[in-house]
Design a protein around this ligand. Structure first.
Ligand SMILES: [Zn+2]
Ligand SMILES: [Zn+2]
Length: 392
Protein backbone atom coordinates (compact mmCIF):
# COMPACT_ATOMS: atom_id res chain seq x y z
CA UNK A 1 0.00 0.00 0.00
CA UNK A 2 1.10 3.56 -0.60
CA UNK A 3 -0.08 6.89 0.69
CA UNK A 4 -0.65 9.68 -1.79
CA UNK A 5 -2.02 13.19 -1.71
CA UNK A 6 -4.85 14.00 -4.10
CA UNK A 7 -6.86 17.06 -5.12
CA UNK A 8 -9.82 15.87 -7.16
CA UNK A 9 -11.62 19.00 -8.29
CA UNK A 10 -9.54 21.10 -10.68
CA UNK A 11 -10.89 23.05 -13.64
CA UNK A 12 -9.27 23.76 -16.99
CA UNK A 13 -8.96 27.40 -18.09
CA UNK A 14 -7.86 26.83 -21.66
CA UNK A 15 -7.35 23.95 -24.02
CA UNK A 16 -6.30 23.93 -27.69
CA UNK A 17 -5.97 27.72 -27.48
CA UNK A 18 -9.62 28.20 -26.52
CA UNK A 19 -11.41 28.99 -23.28
CA UNK A 20 -12.95 26.07 -21.38
CA UNK A 21 -13.84 27.89 -18.18
CA UNK A 22 -14.27 31.56 -18.88
CA UNK A 23 -13.73 32.68 -15.29
CA UNK A 24 -10.57 30.59 -14.86
CA UNK A 25 -6.97 31.57 -15.47
CA UNK A 26 -5.44 31.14 -18.96
CA UNK A 27 -2.47 29.47 -17.32
CA UNK A 28 -4.70 26.70 -16.07
CA UNK A 29 -3.93 24.15 -18.78
CA UNK A 30 -3.84 20.39 -18.52
CA UNK A 31 -0.08 20.28 -19.03
CA UNK A 32 0.64 23.02 -16.51
CA UNK A 33 -1.49 21.21 -13.95
CA UNK A 34 0.08 17.80 -14.44
CA UNK A 35 3.70 18.66 -15.10
CA UNK A 36 4.24 21.92 -13.25
CA UNK A 37 1.77 22.57 -10.45
CA UNK A 38 0.99 19.06 -9.15
CA UNK A 39 4.67 18.35 -8.32
CA UNK A 40 5.06 21.83 -6.84
CA UNK A 41 2.15 21.27 -4.51
CA UNK A 42 3.12 17.67 -3.74
CA UNK A 43 0.08 16.05 -5.34
CA UNK A 44 0.47 12.61 -6.91
CA UNK A 45 -3.13 12.46 -8.04
CA UNK A 46 -5.35 15.14 -9.56
CA UNK A 47 -8.98 15.11 -10.65
CA UNK A 48 -9.74 17.14 -13.78
CA UNK A 49 -13.44 17.97 -13.82
CA UNK A 50 -13.61 19.41 -17.34
CA UNK A 51 -12.87 16.23 -19.28
CA UNK A 52 -16.43 16.47 -20.59
CA UNK A 53 -15.35 19.42 -22.75
CA UNK A 54 -14.62 18.25 -26.29
CA UNK A 55 -11.49 20.45 -26.29
CA UNK A 56 -10.09 18.82 -23.16
CA UNK A 57 -10.99 15.30 -24.29
CA UNK A 58 -9.20 15.93 -27.61
CA UNK A 59 -6.15 17.14 -25.70
CA UNK A 60 -6.19 14.02 -23.52
CA UNK A 61 -6.34 11.92 -26.66
CA UNK A 62 -3.40 13.77 -28.15
CA UNK A 63 -1.35 13.35 -24.98
CA UNK A 64 -2.11 9.63 -25.02
CA UNK A 65 -0.79 9.44 -28.58
CA UNK A 66 2.40 11.27 -27.62
CA UNK A 67 3.02 9.13 -24.56
CA UNK A 68 2.59 12.06 -22.14
CA UNK A 69 -0.34 10.19 -20.62
CA UNK A 70 -0.97 6.49 -20.39
CA UNK A 71 -4.40 4.98 -19.87
CA UNK A 72 -4.23 2.36 -17.12
CA UNK A 73 -5.83 -1.07 -17.62
CA UNK A 74 -7.84 -0.51 -14.43
CA UNK A 75 -8.75 3.02 -15.45
CA UNK A 76 -7.24 6.44 -14.86
CA UNK A 77 -4.46 8.18 -16.78
CA UNK A 78 -0.85 8.12 -15.61
CA UNK A 79 1.21 11.14 -16.67
CA UNK A 80 4.84 10.65 -17.71
CA UNK A 81 6.00 12.19 -14.39
CA UNK A 82 4.01 9.71 -12.29
CA UNK A 83 1.02 11.93 -11.50
CA UNK A 84 -2.27 10.05 -11.80
CA UNK A 85 -5.01 12.00 -13.58
CA UNK A 86 -8.60 11.05 -12.77
CA UNK A 87 -10.85 12.40 -15.50
CA UNK A 88 -14.27 13.69 -14.62
CA UNK A 89 -16.98 16.11 -15.61
CA UNK A 90 -18.75 18.58 -13.39
CA UNK A 91 -22.30 18.87 -14.70
CA UNK A 92 -25.21 21.03 -13.59
CA UNK A 93 -28.43 19.05 -13.45
CA UNK A 94 -31.89 20.37 -14.32
CA UNK A 95 -32.37 21.14 -10.62
CA UNK A 96 -29.50 23.63 -10.85
CA UNK A 97 -27.15 21.50 -8.71
CA UNK A 98 -23.51 20.61 -9.46
CA UNK A 99 -22.39 16.98 -9.60
CA UNK A 100 -19.06 15.45 -10.55
CA UNK A 101 -18.96 12.27 -12.58
CA UNK A 102 -15.49 10.68 -12.44
CA UNK A 103 -14.82 8.31 -15.34
CA UNK A 104 -12.27 5.53 -15.82
CA UNK A 105 -11.48 5.47 -19.55
CA UNK A 106 -11.29 7.58 -22.68
CA UNK A 107 -14.18 5.58 -24.12
CA UNK A 108 -16.28 6.38 -21.04
CA UNK A 109 -15.54 10.09 -21.50
CA UNK A 110 -16.72 9.78 -25.08
CA UNK A 111 -19.90 8.00 -24.04
CA UNK A 112 -20.61 10.80 -21.59
CA UNK A 113 -20.14 13.35 -24.35
CA UNK A 114 -22.49 11.43 -26.61
CA UNK A 115 -25.12 11.61 -23.88
CA UNK A 116 -24.56 15.30 -23.18
CA UNK A 117 -24.38 16.43 -26.81
CA UNK A 118 -28.14 16.82 -27.21
CA UNK A 119 -28.57 18.05 -23.64
CA UNK A 120 -26.17 20.95 -23.19
CA UNK A 121 -25.75 24.16 -25.13
CA UNK A 122 -21.98 24.25 -25.53
CA UNK A 123 -19.83 21.13 -25.54
CA UNK A 124 -16.52 22.96 -25.26
CA UNK A 125 -17.26 24.77 -21.99
CA UNK A 126 -16.96 23.72 -18.35
CA UNK A 127 -19.82 22.79 -15.98
CA UNK A 128 -22.66 23.15 -18.45
CA UNK A 129 -26.27 22.97 -17.43
CA UNK A 130 -27.63 19.70 -18.80
CA UNK A 131 -31.22 18.88 -19.61
CA UNK A 132 -31.04 15.89 -17.27
CA UNK A 133 -32.12 15.32 -13.69
CA UNK A 134 -29.81 14.41 -10.84
CA UNK A 135 -31.18 10.86 -11.03
CA UNK A 136 -30.50 10.72 -14.79
CA UNK A 137 -26.89 11.71 -14.15
CA UNK A 138 -26.53 9.22 -11.32
CA UNK A 139 -27.83 6.41 -13.55
CA UNK A 140 -25.58 7.50 -16.40
CA UNK A 141 -22.61 7.47 -14.10
CA UNK A 142 -23.51 3.95 -12.97
CA UNK A 143 -23.81 2.73 -16.57
CA UNK A 144 -20.41 4.18 -17.45
CA UNK A 145 -18.81 2.61 -14.37
CA UNK A 146 -18.05 6.05 -13.07
CA UNK A 147 -18.22 7.61 -9.63
CA UNK A 148 -20.99 10.10 -8.87
CA UNK A 149 -20.21 12.83 -6.37
CA UNK A 150 -22.27 15.82 -5.17
CA UNK A 151 -19.93 18.80 -5.68
CA UNK A 152 -19.31 21.41 -2.94
CA UNK A 153 -22.44 19.96 -1.32
CA UNK A 154 -23.14 22.70 1.22
CA UNK A 155 -22.49 25.90 -0.70
CA UNK A 156 -25.45 28.19 -1.41
CA UNK A 157 -24.06 28.35 -4.94
CA UNK A 158 -25.39 25.13 -6.54
CA UNK A 159 -24.53 22.71 -3.75
CA UNK A 160 -27.00 19.84 -3.21
CA UNK A 161 -27.63 20.61 0.47
CA UNK A 162 -26.80 24.29 0.21
CA UNK A 163 -29.25 25.10 -2.52
CA UNK A 164 -31.57 22.19 -3.28
CA UNK A 165 -32.66 19.98 -0.41
CA UNK A 166 -32.55 19.19 3.32
CA UNK A 167 -32.40 15.51 2.53
CA UNK A 168 -30.91 13.72 -0.47
CA UNK A 169 -32.89 10.62 0.53
CA UNK A 170 -36.13 12.57 0.04
CA UNK A 171 -35.09 13.58 -3.47
CA UNK A 172 -33.24 10.48 -4.64
CA UNK A 173 -35.00 7.66 -2.81
CA UNK A 174 -33.37 4.27 -2.98
CA UNK A 175 -31.01 5.43 -5.74
CA UNK A 176 -29.12 7.28 -3.02
CA UNK A 177 -27.55 3.96 -2.04
CA UNK A 178 -25.42 4.31 -5.21
CA UNK A 179 -23.82 7.48 -3.89
CA UNK A 180 -20.67 6.68 -1.93
CA UNK A 181 -18.94 10.01 -1.74
CA UNK A 182 -19.63 13.67 -1.11
CA UNK A 183 -17.44 16.72 -1.64
CA UNK A 184 -17.51 19.00 1.39
CA UNK A 185 -16.58 22.29 -0.26
CA UNK A 186 -14.45 25.11 1.10
CA UNK A 187 -16.83 26.44 3.74
CA UNK A 188 -17.57 23.18 5.55
CA UNK A 189 -15.75 20.32 7.24
CA UNK A 190 -16.48 16.76 8.44
CA UNK A 191 -17.70 17.89 11.84
CA UNK A 192 -20.31 20.13 10.27
CA UNK A 193 -21.39 17.51 7.72
CA UNK A 194 -21.64 14.83 10.40
CA UNK A 195 -24.51 16.70 12.03
CA UNK A 196 -26.68 15.42 9.16
CA UNK A 197 -27.67 11.78 9.68
CA UNK A 198 -27.66 10.55 6.09
CA UNK A 199 -24.07 11.68 5.42
CA UNK A 200 -22.81 8.81 7.59
CA UNK A 201 -22.98 6.64 4.46
CA UNK A 202 -20.64 8.86 2.46
CA UNK A 203 -16.90 9.13 2.28
CA UNK A 204 -15.90 12.79 2.32
CA UNK A 205 -13.58 14.52 -0.13
CA UNK A 206 -11.96 17.89 0.46
CA UNK A 207 -10.92 19.38 -2.88
CA UNK A 208 -9.77 22.78 -4.08
CA UNK A 209 -12.29 23.54 -6.88
CA UNK A 210 -9.32 25.44 -8.35
CA UNK A 211 -9.89 28.06 -11.03
CA UNK A 212 -6.20 29.02 -11.05
CA UNK A 213 -2.85 27.26 -10.69
CA UNK A 214 -2.21 28.92 -7.33
CA UNK A 215 -5.42 27.53 -5.84
CA UNK A 216 -4.64 23.92 -6.71
CA UNK A 217 -4.11 22.03 -3.46
CA UNK A 218 -5.74 24.60 -1.19
CA UNK A 219 -7.63 21.51 -0.01
CA UNK A 220 -6.49 17.91 -0.46
CA UNK A 221 -6.95 14.33 0.68
CA UNK A 222 -4.55 11.62 1.78
CA UNK A 223 -5.40 8.29 0.17
CA UNK A 224 -4.09 4.84 0.95
CA UNK A 225 -4.15 2.64 -2.12
CA UNK A 226 -2.21 -0.16 -3.74
CA UNK A 227 -1.60 1.27 -7.19
CA UNK A 228 -2.32 4.46 -8.98
CA UNK A 229 -5.43 3.74 -11.00
CA UNK A 230 -9.16 4.41 -11.09
CA UNK A 231 -10.21 1.08 -9.56
CA UNK A 232 -8.05 1.77 -6.52
CA UNK A 233 -9.58 5.24 -6.21
CA UNK A 234 -13.00 3.60 -6.06
CA UNK A 235 -11.74 1.10 -3.44
CA UNK A 236 -10.60 4.05 -1.32
CA UNK A 237 -14.06 5.56 -1.36
CA UNK A 238 -15.60 2.22 -0.42
CA UNK A 239 -13.02 1.35 2.28
CA UNK A 240 -12.28 -1.87 0.46
CA UNK A 241 -9.59 -4.14 1.96
CA UNK A 242 -7.50 -1.53 3.65
CA UNK A 243 -7.80 1.18 1.03
CA UNK A 244 -9.25 4.36 2.40
CA UNK A 245 -9.18 8.09 2.74
CA UNK A 246 -6.73 8.50 5.61
CA UNK A 247 -7.30 12.21 6.13
CA UNK A 248 -8.93 15.32 4.73
CA UNK A 249 -7.03 18.58 4.71
CA UNK A 250 -9.01 21.69 4.14
CA UNK A 251 -9.40 25.29 4.90
CA UNK A 252 -10.84 26.06 8.27
CA UNK A 253 -14.53 26.56 7.42
CA UNK A 254 -14.18 30.04 8.91
CA UNK A 255 -11.94 30.85 5.93
CA UNK A 256 -14.60 29.86 3.42
CA UNK A 257 -16.28 32.63 1.50
CA UNK A 258 -19.78 31.42 2.35
CA UNK A 259 -19.23 30.40 5.98
CA UNK A 260 -21.72 32.80 7.60
CA UNK A 261 -24.79 34.53 6.24
CA UNK A 262 -24.11 37.84 4.57
CA UNK A 263 -26.45 40.84 4.36
CA UNK A 264 -26.49 42.29 0.85
CA UNK A 265 -27.99 45.48 2.24
CA UNK A 266 -25.34 46.40 4.81
CA UNK A 267 -22.61 44.14 3.36
CA UNK A 268 -22.22 42.66 6.79
CA UNK A 269 -21.15 39.13 7.75
CA UNK A 270 -23.42 37.78 10.49
CA UNK A 271 -21.82 37.20 13.87
CA UNK A 272 -24.99 36.15 15.74
CA UNK A 273 -25.80 32.55 16.72
CA UNK A 274 -26.74 30.47 13.66
CA UNK A 275 -28.98 30.09 11.77
CA UNK A 276 -29.17 33.73 10.76
CA UNK A 277 -31.97 34.27 8.23
CA UNK A 278 -32.41 38.01 8.69
CA UNK A 279 -29.81 40.71 9.24
CA UNK A 280 -29.44 41.71 12.89
CA UNK A 281 -28.46 45.19 11.80
CA UNK A 282 -31.17 46.20 9.31
CA UNK A 283 -33.64 43.31 9.45
CA UNK A 284 -33.30 42.60 5.74
CA UNK A 285 -33.91 39.01 4.63
CA UNK A 286 -31.94 39.61 1.47
CA UNK A 287 -29.04 37.43 2.59
CA UNK A 288 -26.53 35.11 1.01
CA UNK A 289 -27.07 32.11 3.26
CA UNK A 290 -23.99 30.98 5.13
CA UNK A 291 -22.97 27.33 4.92
CA UNK A 292 -22.81 27.16 8.70
CA UNK A 293 -26.23 28.80 9.02
CA UNK A 294 -27.64 26.41 6.45
CA UNK A 295 -26.25 23.31 8.14
CA UNK A 296 -27.56 24.42 11.53
CA UNK A 297 -31.02 24.88 10.02
CA UNK A 298 -31.14 21.42 8.40
CA UNK A 299 -29.10 19.33 10.83
CA UNK A 300 -30.43 16.22 12.59
CA UNK A 301 -28.01 16.36 15.56
CA UNK A 302 -26.83 19.35 17.54
CA UNK A 303 -23.40 17.73 17.94
CA UNK A 304 -21.53 15.88 15.20
CA UNK A 305 -21.91 12.09 15.25
CA UNK A 306 -19.01 10.67 13.33
CA UNK A 307 -19.39 7.18 11.91
CA UNK A 308 -16.71 4.61 12.66
CA UNK A 309 -13.71 5.12 10.42
CA UNK A 310 -14.49 8.74 9.46
CA UNK A 311 -11.17 10.26 8.36
CA UNK A 312 -9.84 13.07 10.54
CA UNK A 313 -10.13 16.57 9.07
CA UNK A 314 -7.13 18.85 9.45
CA UNK A 315 -7.39 22.60 9.03
CA UNK A 316 -5.00 24.11 6.55
CA UNK A 317 -4.50 27.56 5.10
CA UNK A 318 -2.79 27.86 1.70
CA UNK A 319 0.78 28.99 2.35
CA UNK A 320 0.37 32.11 0.22
CA UNK A 321 -2.52 33.18 2.48
CA UNK A 322 -0.43 33.15 5.65
CA UNK A 323 0.67 36.60 6.77
CA UNK A 324 4.35 37.05 6.00
CA UNK A 325 4.52 34.67 3.03
CA UNK A 326 4.73 36.54 -0.28
CA UNK A 327 5.58 34.98 -3.63
CA UNK A 328 9.33 35.35 -3.07
CA UNK A 329 9.32 33.69 0.34
CA UNK A 330 7.16 30.88 -1.01
CA UNK A 331 9.63 30.34 -3.86
CA UNK A 332 12.52 30.17 -1.37
CA UNK A 333 10.65 27.75 0.86
CA UNK A 334 9.91 25.48 -2.08
CA UNK A 335 13.50 25.60 -3.30
CA UNK A 336 14.80 24.71 0.15
CA UNK A 337 12.20 22.32 1.52
CA UNK A 338 10.29 20.68 -1.33
CA UNK A 339 6.62 20.73 -2.23
CA UNK A 340 4.07 22.93 -0.50
CA UNK A 341 2.41 19.92 1.12
CA UNK A 342 5.83 18.87 2.43
CA UNK A 343 6.28 22.32 3.91
CA UNK A 344 2.82 22.26 5.50
CA UNK A 345 2.99 18.69 6.82
CA UNK A 346 6.59 17.66 7.36
CA UNK A 347 9.21 20.41 7.34
CA UNK A 348 10.72 21.08 10.76
CA UNK A 349 10.47 24.40 12.47
CA UNK A 350 14.17 25.30 12.39
CA UNK A 351 14.44 24.68 8.65
CA UNK A 352 11.41 26.84 7.93
CA UNK A 353 12.67 29.47 10.31
CA UNK A 354 16.09 29.64 8.63
CA UNK A 355 14.47 30.40 5.27
CA UNK A 356 11.40 32.44 6.16
CA UNK A 357 11.96 33.67 9.68
CA UNK A 358 10.66 32.67 13.08
CA UNK A 359 7.21 34.21 12.72
CA UNK A 360 6.37 32.28 9.56
CA UNK A 361 7.76 29.06 11.06
CA UNK A 362 5.64 29.51 14.17
CA UNK A 363 2.52 30.15 12.05
CA UNK A 364 3.04 26.96 10.04
CA UNK A 365 3.48 24.92 13.21
CA UNK A 366 0.36 26.51 14.75
CA UNK A 367 -1.52 25.70 11.55
CA UNK A 368 -0.49 22.02 11.82
CA UNK A 369 -2.01 21.99 15.28
CA UNK A 370 -5.20 23.66 14.02
CA UNK A 371 -4.64 26.73 16.18
CA UNK A 372 -4.70 29.68 13.79
CA UNK A 373 -6.90 32.60 14.70
CA UNK A 374 -9.24 33.47 11.84
CA UNK A 375 -11.87 36.08 11.11
CA UNK A 376 -14.74 34.37 9.26
CA UNK A 377 -15.74 34.80 5.63
CA UNK A 378 -19.20 35.28 4.11
CA UNK A 379 -21.10 36.55 1.07
CA UNK A 380 -18.28 35.66 -1.34
CA UNK A 381 -15.44 37.09 0.75
CA UNK A 382 -12.84 34.75 2.15
CA UNK A 383 -12.01 34.71 5.84
CA UNK A 384 -8.58 35.87 6.90
CA UNK A 385 -5.84 34.66 9.19
CA UNK A 386 -5.49 37.40 11.78
CA UNK A 387 -2.16 39.13 11.45
CA UNK A 388 -1.74 39.34 15.15
CA UNK A 389 -2.10 35.64 15.81
CA UNK A 390 -2.43 35.43 19.56
CA UNK A 391 -4.75 32.46 19.98
CA UNK A 392 -2.06 30.14 21.30
ZN1 LIG B 1 -19.37 23.68 -9.13
ZN1 LIG C 1 -28.35 44.29 6.85
Amino acid sequence: MREIFADLHIHIGRSQGRAVKITASRELTLKNILFREAPRKGLEMVGIVDAGSTLVAAEIEEMLLHGELEEQPQGGFLAANGVLMIAGAEVESREGVHWIIFLPFLHSIKSLQKYLRSRVRNMTLSTQKADATAIDLLNLSYLLEGIFCPAHAFTPHKGAYGFWTDSLADKMGRDLAQVKVLELGLSSDSLMADMIAETSNFTFLSNSDAHSLANIGREYNLLRMKQKNFAEFRYCLENYEGRRILANYGMDPLMGKYHRSFCLQCERIAAEAPPVRACANCGSENLVAGVYDRIVSIRDYSEPRQPLGRAPYYYRVPLQKLPGIGPKTLEKLRAGLGSEIDICENANQEDISRIAGERVAALIIEMRKGRLDISPGGGGRYGKVKKDNRKQ
